[in-house]
Design a protein around this ligand. Sequence first.
Ligand code: CUA
Length: 193
Amino acid sequence: MAHEREMVYEYAWIMIIIAVIAGFIASLAYYSFALNVNPACKATLATPDQLEDFKKKAFENPVVEVAPGVYEVYILARQYTFIPNQIVLQDPKLIKFYIVSEDVIHGFEVVGTNVNVMVFPGYIAELAWEPPKNAQGEYLIVCNEYCGVGHQFMKAKLVIEKSGEALQADEDQSIIEKIVDIVALGTTAYSIP
Ligand code: CUA
C-alpha cells in the first residue's frame, strides 16, 4: 500500500516538473516570437572563404571609415585575445562592429555601454552602436563568455578620441538645446493666463 502512495507522489512530481519546463519553453517562445524580444545583434553564417577574408581584414585593416564619423570595425576573437587589441576611433558617430570567433564561443562587451554580443564560431556577429555624445576616452573590452583557462585575460581596448572641432560642436549643440529649453519653459510660464 505504502509503495503505491509513493508512486502517486512520484508521478505528481514528474507532472509538476514537466509543467514547469513547458512553462519556461512557452515563455521563451512568447518573448522571442510574439514580443520579438531578441538580442540586438545579428549573426550571419559565413563560408570558410568569407571567414578567411574576414581574418585578413582584422589583421591588416580592421578599422574602415566608410563616411565621416561612421566606422566599420573588424575584430577576430580567439583564445585568449582580440585582434586588433586596440581600436582607436576619431569622433565616431556610428560604429559598426563585426566580430568573428576562430575557435569557441566568445563574448564581446564594451564595459559601461550597451555593446554586448555573443560570438559563435562560424558566424559573423554584427552590432551597430551610436556612442553617446559624452563618450570619450578609453573603454575596456572584455570577453564575457567563459571560453577556457585564459578567459579572464581576454580583453582589448576601445579609444574614442574627440577633436577640438567635435567637442565644440557638442558644446554648441548643448547650448542650442538649453536655449530651446529656456524658450519652451518661458512659453509655458507666460502662457498661463
Ligand atoms: Cu573569450 Cu572568454
